[in-house]
Design a protein around this ligand. Structure first.
Ligand code: FAD
Length: 307
C-alpha cells in the first residue's frame, strides 16, 4: 500500500512541514517522497525517517507541471499525499480531477487505511470520512502531526519531468524574515487589535524574539493595519499548532479559535477576565498588556531565557 508524498519546499529549501507529512503518511505504508526542486533539497529529505526512496525532479512549481509529473507516477501508488498548504491546495484538486478521484482534504488524524478525520464548520466540528475509492488523494494539515525523526539515508533517484504547460514560472517574490514560520513554529506569540498600532506590535515582536517564536495576529489587528496579512491566524488566516501560544489582547472570537485548536498550551494576556480566550487558556495574566508584556520580556531576558 505504497504512498507517494509530494514534498513541501520553501524557496527551494525543504520545509519542516515535509517531515510532518511523512510521519503522518508512514501510518499508511512505505513512503516515497517526490521532491520537485533542487538536488540539495532531495539530499535533506533523504534523512527523514520513514522514507523508502526520494525521487527528485528539477521541475518548476507550477501546478500544471506538478500534476503532469505526479500523474505519471500515480499508477504505482495507493495514496497520493501532500500538505494542505498553498501548494497542496493548488496541486491536489487538479490531480484528483485528472485521475477522477474524490480527494479528502485537511486531514488531522488517520483512523485506519481508509478512515480519516478532518475539521468542518471552521474547525468547530470534526468529521470522520470513509474513503472507499481504490486510490486516495489526500492532504494533511502539517501542524496536526509531529515531525518524523531524522537519521535515514534513503536512496535518491532523479526523474524527468514532463513539460505540460504553456505557462512559465518567472519569479517568486517574498518578504525576508528571520522569524519561524507560523504554520510549523513551536511557540507563537499573537497580538490582537488592542495592541493598538504597528509600534505596539514591536512589543509583541520583542517578546517573540526572546522566545524564538513566530508572530501572529487577529484579523481585527490585520484589518486595522497593525500587522501584515500573512500574520493572520484563524478561519481565514493560518492554522497553527505550536506547543505554546501566547495570545495578547485577543478576545477569542470563534473565527480566531478555529486557527489555534492544535495549540498544546495557551497563555492569555488580557484586561478582561471574562474574555473567551481567557476561559480556554491554561494560564491567564489579567491586566494591561502594555504593562505585562514589557515586564515579561524583561524578566525572560533577565533570567537568560533565550531560544
Ligand atoms: C467571515 C469572517 C472570518 C473571520 N476570520 C478571522 C480569522 O481568520 N482570524 C481572526 O482572528 N478573526 C477573524 N474574524 C474576525 C473575528 O470575528 C474577530 O472580530 C477578531 O478575531 C477579533 O480580534 P481581536 O481579538 O483582536 O479584537 P477584539 O475582539 O476587539 O478583542 C480585543 C481584546 O483585547 C482586550 N484588551 C483591550 N485592551 C487591552 C489591554 N490594554 N491589555 C490587555 N487586553 C486588552 C479586550 O479585553 C478584548 O478581549 C473573522 C470574521 C468573519 C466575519
Amino acid at each position: 500500500m505504497a504512498v507517494l508524498v509530494l514534498a513541501e519546499l520553501d524557496n527551494g529549501i525543504l520545509s519542516p512541514a515535509t517531515a510532518r507529512i511523512v510521519a503522518a503518511a508512514a501510518q499508511l505504508g512505505p513512503v516515497d517522497l517526490l521532491v520537485p526542486g533542487p538536488h540539495a533539497a532531495a539530499e535533506a529529505a533523504a534523512g527523514i525517517a520513514g522514507i523508502a526512496k526520494v525521487m527528485v525532479s528539477d521541475t518548476d512549481l507550477l501546478a500544471e507541471s506538478l500534476v503532469a509529473l505526479v500523474s505519471t507516477l500515480a499508477v504505482r501508488y495507493r495514496y497520493l499525499v501532500s500538505s494542505a498548504s498553498t501548494l497542496g491546495k493548488d496541486v491536489m484538486p487538479r490531480l484528483a480531477g485528472t485521475l477522477d478521484i474524490q480527494p479528502v482534504t485537511d486531514i488531522v488524524a488517520i483512523e485506519g487505511e481508509n478512515r480519516f478525520t478532518r475539521p468542518i464548520y471552521a474547525g468547530n466540528a470534526l468529521e470522520t470520512v470513509i474513503d472507499n475509492q481504490a486510490r486516495h488523494v489526500l492532504t494533511f494539515r502539517a501542524s496536526a502531526f509531529r515531525p518524523a525523526a531524522s537519521g535515514n539515508a534513503a536512496p535518491i533517484e532523479t526523474i524527468d519531468s514532463p513539460t505540460a504547460s504553456a505557462a512559465r514560472f518567472i519569479a517568486a517574490h517574498r518578504s525576508e524574515s528571520d522569524v519561524p514560520d507560523l504554520a510549523t513554529a513551536q511557540i507563537v506569540v499573537g497580538g490582537g487589535v488592542a495592541v493598538g498600532s504597528t509600534e505596539g506590535f514591536q512589543l509583541i515582536e520583542k517578546l517573540g524574539k526572546t522566545l524564538g517564536a513566530a508572530i501572529g495576529a487577529t484579523r481585527a489587528a490585520v484589518d486595522a493595519g497593525f500587522a501584515p496579512n500573512d500574520w493572520q491566524i484563524g478561519q481565514t488566516g493560518k492554522i497553527i499548532a505550536p506547543d505554546l501560544y501566547i495570545a495578547i489582547g485577543i478576545s477569542g472570537a470563534l473565527q480566531h479559535l478555529a486557527g489555534i485548536q492544535g495549540a498544546r498550551k495557551i497563555i492569555a494576556i488580557n484586561a478582561d477576565a471574562e474574555a473567551p480566550l481567557v476561559k480556554i487558556a491554561d494560564l491567564a495574566l489579567i491586566g494591561d498588556l502594555f504593562e505585562i508584556v514589557p515586564q515579561l520580556t524583561a524578566e525572560l531576558e533577565r533570567l537568560g531565557v533565550k531560544r
